[in-house]
Design a protein around this ligand. Structure first.
Ligand code: GLN
Length: 445
């Protein structure tokens, strides 16, 4: 049923970069067999999903939507893929994204433009736009993405689905192709919070192969699906509700606050004075790490190689033909802020600001259980709108990037519509307190 629906809508949506139906049908048949044999199956077993194309699956493509990795096949599984296999997962294919996860619209893919299922002239958001659109268009039930500065939450908001970025370190990054390692985190897209808990149960857990993975006992996030926020303190950081916020979105969020109040939650106002430096700090730290992580694409180890007259010429040709304009921009920016003489002025300062932002969150979350903010300042924008204005695109990340700088969990859930396009609400939790986030989100939907 899902394959037929996918075939019908995919020419319009263009969410997928690969088609995995052979594997999907075999995996589903294996689950059927287990069921007929009376065996226990996992919650996720046989349920059609999709995987962002920067997550490695042995023997399959992992292009990162880049010409650099167009013909690359992963020799190993990401740690989460092993976990998904143990749960008898079914994936219909790898999904489109901004090249190397750099962008907020999925327009930076080297291969295709993904369309927002609510209106084909609009972007699905990004960088995990393929995964968000695939779920929103009902091509699959769940999908995985990665979130470095909002790449799960923002496309979830634009496409009207649930998207979670767990606490940094809760999900192993082993086998996630690195963009900015201190910010990257894998998470999920689903239609509702219950499905979100099920995917989270499957992909979380300590992994010795990721040194930043947090050692802790696995939790059952389904236990957080409690329809009750009585007495919960919800903080509203006023800095997220300033001038740049669209009025219709503001109204939807205020209605959501009212709903929470009626359900017995207490709404408190909090202040986070350093949030305004979030975009500046993020767009120094993320490119700095990216410039280092992407140094490996040199035409030697793997990926594209364009021959040249000597080795330097080969490097130059490979890297200028393999990377698209946004990735090149980030590498240049990152190399600049890390170079001697500029390191102290840019990178080091950005890292100090990162600490101040983290402290703002620590202070704010002492006064409440979770924070409520917009996921983005507005609903989805038109395809092509920001083509000549990368800065406008960066500024749109203002509500999401600071969570990654602080390592905190965030979930985006739909809270309204503006001109037929979904509005997203972001809930932010304390580190490793996904339970409270899920409970608040579940009660709201
Ligand atoms: N839009 C942000 C960026 O371009 C975040 C991307 C992401 O989370 N991968 O860097």
């Amino acid at each position: 049923k899902f394959l037929a629906h996918k075939d019908a809508v995919e020419p319009r949506i263009q969410a997928f970069l690969s088609d995995n139906r052979q594997f999907a049908l075999e995996a589903a048949a294996a689950v059927d067999k287990k069921i007929s044999a009376g065996e226990n199956i996992a919650d996720l077993a046989g349920i059609p999903g999709a995987i962002k194309d920067n997550i490695c699956i042995k023997g399959q493509q992992a292009t990162c939507a880049s010409k650099m990795l167009e013909h690359f096949k992963s020799p190993y599984n990401a740690a989460i893929i092993d976990k998904l296999m143990a749960a008898d997962y079914v994936s219909l294919g790898k999904t489109n994204m901004d090249e190397f996860a750099m962008g907020s619209s999925t327009e930076n893919s080297a291969f295709q433009i993904t369309h927002n299922p609510w209106h084909a002239d609009y972007v699905p958001g990004g960088s995990s736009g393929g995964s968000a659109a695939a779920v929103a268009a009902n091509e699959c039930v769940w999908a995985l993405g990665s979130d470095t500065g909002g790449s799960i939450r923002q496309p979830a908001a634009y496409c009207g689905v649930v998207g979670i970025k767990p606490t940094y370190g809760l999900v192993s990054r082993y086998g996630l192709i690195a963009f900015a390692s201190s910010l990257d985190q894998i998470g999920s897209f689903t239609h509702d919070v219950e499905d979100c808990a099920i995917v989270l149960n499957t992909i979380t857990g300590h992994d010795v192969k990721d040194s930043t993975s947090i050692p802790q006992e696995p939790k059952d996030y389904k236990k957080s699906l409690v329809n009750d926020v009585m007495g919960m303190k919800i903080g509203i950081p006023k800095e997220f509700f300033g001038e740049g916020l669209d009025e219709a979105c503001r109204k939807s969020l205020e209605e959501a606050m009212e709903t929470y109040k009626q359900l017995g939650a207490e709404i408190v106002s909090v202040s986070m004075p350093h949030i305004k430096y979030g975009i500046a700090a993020y767009y120094i730290i993320a490119p700095a790490e990216a410039s280092s992580n992407l140094a490996r694409y040199d035409g030697v180890g793997f990926g594209l190689r364009v021959e040249g007259k000597d080795i330097v010429d080969m490097y130059q040709k490979t890297r200028s033909q393999g990377f698209g304009p946004e990735v090149r921009r980030r590498i240049l920016l990152g190399t600049y802020v890390l170079s001697s003489g500029y390191y102290d002025a840019y990178y080091l300062r950005a890292m100090k600001v990162r600490t101040l932002i983290k402290q703002d969150y620590d202070e704010a979350l002492k006064q409440c259980d979770i924070l409520l903010t917009p996921t983005a300042p507005d609903t989805a924008f038109k395809i092509g709108q920001n083509d000549d204005n990368p800065l406008a695109m960066y500024l749109g990340d203002v509500c999401t990037v600071t969570l990654n700088l602080a390592g905190l969990p965030g979930i985006s859930i739909p809270c309204g519509y503006k001109n037929g396009l979904p509005v997203g609400m972001q809930l932010i939790g304390k580190a490793l307190d996904e339970e409270t986030l899920l409970r608040a989100a579940y009660t709201f939907e």
